[in-house]
Design a protein around this ligand. Structure first.
Ligand SMILES: NC(=O)c1ccc[n+]([C@@H]2O[C@H](COP(=O)([O-])OP(=O)(O)OC[C@H]3O[C@@H](n4cnc5c(N)ncnc54)[C@H](OP(=O)(O)O)[C@@H]3O)[C@@H](O)[C@H]2O)c1
Length: 247
């Protein structure tokens, strides 16, 4: 078996899209560090699955990015897992509507700290290590930042900020670190929307490929960027089946 040299940290990676990213990168010989918050059961399952496949190749860390106070302690602990970090994938996200009259301090902190502040603070915490390794940052954004999603004012701001962060870091961490975004279209329905048949039908009718995507579509885009995208930085790839053609 080939020795695993490189290490990736994926935030919110024990379910759904993050889980697909973790599995694909593990199959491509990366050691995996996954963070989770509430999904302890799924975290233990993926830990067992990946370590059964390849001994000591996966670690999990519990963290709530809306409450964390000491990012440098978090970064040091994460670096100790495998003694190096080559790739940071900011995938963890909160998603729910906030109409203008629902905007308050609690939803601002919850959405902004999870979706925007934590990618910034993790990038800060890992930037020296990523420079040393000539590494990568991939931020999972959203096609809905432009045009924005109606009645999701704070979520939209968080993801638009994440695109700004992606481009800024691509400049500031160059030439050693490449920083890119992947923006999913309709890949997995939000858990709260599972029963909304009409809403799903409307969205499907506006996707050129007439189907939702698969989490592996996102994972393959991430793998491409970090493995083969050697001359790509500061970009945001829409993986949306052509949905942006009809927004
Ligand atoms: N699903 C789609 O079709 C779609 C479309 C557009 C964009 N995206 C983007 O793609 C990424 C993945 O999407 P998804 O639908 O798979 O995401 P998700 O299931 O909504 O969330 C991913 C993970 O984020 C973690 N998380 C949420 N709040 C957290 C916090 N405060 N602290 C730490 N972890 C937290 C959760 O971990 P726990 O479960 O452990 O709490 C969750 O499992 C997200 O960035 C999302 O915005 C997805």
């Amino acid at each position: 078996m080939t020795k695993r040299l490189k290490t990736v940290l994926i935030t919110g990676g024990v379910k759904r899209i993050g889980l697909s990213i973790a599995r694909i990168l593990h199959r491509n010989n990366y050691n995996i560090i996954i963070t989770y918050n509430k999904s302890s059961k799924q975290a233990k399952e993926i830990l067992k699955e990946l370590n059964d496949e390849s001994r000591d190749s996966c670690k999990i860390i519990k963290v709530d990015f809306s409450k964390i106070s000491n990012f440098s302690k978090f970064s040091s602990n994460a670096l100790r897992c495998f003694g190096r970090l080559d790739v940071l994938i900011n995938n963890a996200s909160r998603f729910y509507p906030t109409k203008i009259n629902q905007v308050n301090q609690k939803s601002w902190i919850d959405l902004i700290d999870t979706n925007l502040k934590s990618p910034l603070m993790l990038s800060k915490g890992f930037h020296s290590e990523l420079k040393k390794r000539k590494g990568n940052i991939v931020n999972i954004i959203d096609i809905h930042i432009d045009p924005p999603l109606k009645d999701h004012i704070i979520y939209n701001i968080s993801k638009a900020g994440l695109l700004a962060l992606t481009k800024t870091l691509a400049k500031d961490l160059a030439p050693q670190v490449r920083v890119n975004g992947v923006s999913p279209g309709a890949i997995m329905w939000p858990e709260a929307d599972e029963n909304k048949v009409k809403k799903k039908r409307d969205i499907l009718s506006r996707i050129a490929l007439k189907r939702v995507g698969d989490p592996n579509d996102i994972a393959r885009a991430v793998l491409f960027l970090i493995k083969d995208g050697n001359y790509i930085t500061g970009q945001n790839i829409n993986v949306d089946g052509g949905r942006k053609l009809n927004m």
